[in-house]
Design a binder for this molecule. Structure first.
Ligand code: SF4
Length: 695
């Protein structure tokens, strides 16, 4: 304020970082943001904020912003600044050329979880209607796609069952594979308030995360399992519930599919699924698992919150199913204080999934093979839509290497830095003939691009984001797009250049179309959100005006909740003499994902490099001291970073973040992935760590 002057006007908008979706008042002087003040009426944050939302918005006007479209024929050529019309005309020409030679399915696109619902909807429409293919995917592929599969199978829809406020009614909180104090700080504070009031806490995590022991909060049980053994753990917990008379029989009889329940009960009750049988697998004493299971089942209100430590595994979908099984068996879905709650990483990853970004689903999680649903979109869009699911991101890479996928439109997603096995991603991108990157910075993926379309930051957008509690909030434009066009206008221009007419005057009209075509969004409008502050989907004539706070109250979306057996299968990533440690990855409070935004803010002063956390014993064995440079190698690749000796780690397990391209954590992660969704197994990589001299 001292530097920038007193604010003259303000607008309420939504944080562009994590899936908590905090509301902020952007205070402005002219077109310059003076400060971001947490919005006291924001339902997700109630006036609170974290170090990212409050202080890390300056990237929006950083000198590195791309403000001019650029093209180049080959990636070895220098970039050439051109007009919007020339860049879009060039991109459209290239896509048409590729499709004419190799067929419609030789191109595709990736939507962005940082963009608004309206922008994401438009990109998937562009791909389906203008490109004429279902080759569309989203970054949720590499984070919460197993949530989509697992919750879809068991409950019937892919979204958190509760509001954040619901945690205030929880008596037992189970946190699995999530580190909310770093990744979802405002919700973590709410959770800690409830814990200080006396709620019990079970943490299931290989690391001793901050929640395990922090001022005035101490986990009652920390099940410090070995990476890759989640499914063994959830099955062992279920075994205790099923064999010690802890099933909520009345709930299950009324709400669940009994055939699947009986099969599940017989399965988990087997001796080989007991905590004792899995003790050597998980490394967690059976007695501790039994106590945790009893505590969870006793409630009366027990809630599960989970993160990418659940989904980013070869058995990620199985684990989500296991969590849903446990919650249903104990009667912990369908009221305040309970539920199954995926903590979403990016600000609009929920929305990007809702908006039809998956290759097999149209907006609202309706399968592309459903003739009635497809007909509705075909009539509205005036095109024929293929009933065949398109390619997922990893399949796009495979197809590129095989010569059949040659053109990509990638909006607001740095796949080179964020996807696993960087070498594989780079090789696939190098094999493509036209890559169009739309981003606010020249990211790592842009190194492989032929067309660069400047993106716009959240301060330049009008639209909506959907947070992890299905809450749809307004994003309001407080400054004009630096490059002259908003992301939605760019997509529209590209569609028109491709020969598919697309005309909207404002993002509000896009939301009207979404509401018209998506039953769970039927009652959503800018007018209503402006009036109520936010709404939660499902929001239609069957719900309250503000939508649905708690899902599955009387019945599950799919009717009866369905159980599935969760057979534990060990990860392919096993320790060997060559790779004797297991690496797992995550985030840190001050930085965000690939760091493109936070690295360009004062937040960088708190954490300006990725570090390898290593247990003191493992460090001693290798002669590694705090701050030493270490080389980390896996079967995929190798990198170097500095070591941080940490009691948070268990012996045999190391940990790092992926915020900095220089350290390239994903050079060492492999392309092992979830059996159902291809979500990469970021959380388990067998590695060796050795001291090296400073690079
Ligand atoms: Fe933004 Fe998440 Fe922090 Fe809230 S908790 S201010 S949404 S980063």
């Amino acid at each position: 304020i001292i530097e920038l002057g007193q604010p003259e006007h303000s607008a309420i908008t939504t944080c562009a970082y994590c899936g908590v979706g905090c509301g902020f008042k952007a205070e402005m002087k002219g077109n310059t943001v003076v400060r971001m003040v947490p919005w006291k009426d924001g339902k997700a944050n109630e006036g609170h904020s974290c170090v990212k939302g409050r202080f890390a918005w300056g990237y929006a006007t950083h000198k590195d912003r791309i403000t001019k479209p650029m093209i180049r024929a080959k990636i070895t050529d220098p970039w050439r600044e051109v007009s919007w019309d020339e860049a879009i005309g060039y991109a459209a020409g290239e896509f048409k050329r590729i499709q004419a030679k190799h067929g419609k399915d030789s191109v595709g696109g990736i939507t962005s979880s940082r963009c608004t619902n309206e922008e994401v909807y438009l990109v998937q429409k562009l791909i389906r209607a203008a490109f004429g293919t279902n080759n569309v995917d989203t970054c949720a592929r590499v984070c919460h796609s197993p949530t989509g599969y697992g919750m879809g199978q068991t409950f019937g829809t892919s979204a958190g069952t509760q509001t954040f406020k619901s945690v205030e009614q929880a008596d037992v909180i189970m946190v699995i594979g999530a580190n909310p104090t770093d990744a979802h700080p405002v919700f973590a504070s709410r959770m800690k308030r409830r814990l200080r009031e006396g709620a019990k806490l079970i943490v299931v995590d290989p690391r001793r995360i901050e929640l395990v022991e922090t001022p005035h909060v101490r986990a009652d049980h920390h099940l410090a399992l070995k990476p890759g053994t989640n499914v063994a753990m959830i099955t062992a917990l279920a075994h205790v519930v099923a064999t010690e008379g802890l099933v909520n029989e009345a709930y299950v009889a009324e709400r669940c599919d009994m055939k699947s329940f009986n099969e599940w009960r017989a399965f988990v009750s087997r001796p080989e699924n007991s905590p004792e049988a899995f003790e050597a697998v998980t490394g967690v004493p059976a007695d501790e698992v039994r106590k945790a299971a009893r505590l969870f089942a006793s409630g009366p209100n027990s809630a599960i919150y989970y993160g990418l430590g659940v989904t980013e595994h070869a058995q990620g979908s199985t684990m989500v199913i296991g969590i849903a099984n446990l919650a249903m068996a104990c009667g912990m879905v369908g009221r305040e204080g309970v539920g199954v709650n995926p903590l979403r990483g990016q600000n609009n990853v929920q929305g990007s999934c809702d908006m039809g970004s998956f290759p097999h689903e149209l907006p609202g999680y309706r399968h592309i093979g459903d003739t009635t649903v497809r007909a509705q979109f075909e009539a509205h869009w005036g095109v024929e839509i293929s009933p065949e699911p398109g390619l997922r991101i990893p399949n796009m890479f495979e197809a590129a290497l095989g010569g059949s996928f040659l053109g990509l439109y990638c909006q607001g997603e740095d796949i080179v830095q964020s996807d696993p096995n960087t070498q594989h991603v780079s090789a696939a991108l190098s094999a493509m003939e036209c890559i169009v990157v739309q981003d606010i910075f020249l990211n790592e993926t842009a190194k492989y691009a032929h067309v660069l379309l400047p993106g716009s930051s959240f301060l330049e957008k009008d639209g909506t984001f959907t947070n992890a509690e299905r809450r749809i909030s307004r994003v309001r434009q407080v400054m004009p797009p630096l490059a002259g066009l908003g992301d939605w206008e760019v997509t529209m221009k590209l569609a028109n250049a491709l020969g598919y007419p697309m005309h909207y005057n404002h993002p509000e009209e896009i939301m009207q179309e979404i509401a018209e075509l998506t039953p769970s969004f039927q009652g959503v409008s800018f007018e209503k959100i402006d009036r109520l502050g936010s709404v939660q989907w499902p929001c239609n004539e069957e719900t309250e005006d503000a939508g649905t706070a708690t899902m599955h109250v009387d019945h599950f979306v799919r009717g009866k909740g369905k159980f599935f057996n969760t057979q534990y299968i060990p990860s392919d990533e096993k320790i060997t003499r060559r790779f004797p440690l297991l690496l797992t990855t995550g985030r840190i409070l001050s930085q965000y994902n690939v760091g493109a935004q936070t690295r360009r803010t004062p937040n960088n002063q708190w954490h300006d490099e990725d570090l390898l956390e290593i247990h003191p014993h493992d460090a001693l064995d290798r002669g590694v001291k705090a701050g030493d440079w270490v080389g980390i190698s896996s079967r995929a690749g190798q990198t170097v970073m500095r070591a941080q000796i940490s009691e948070r780690m268990q012996p045999g397990v190391v940990y790092t973040t992926f915020h900095f391209p220089e350290s390239g954590a994903n050079v060492i992660t492999t392309d092992s992935s979830d059996w159902a969704t291809n979500c990469p197994e970021y959380k388990v990589t067998a590695v060796q760590v050795v001291p090296v001299t400073q690079p």
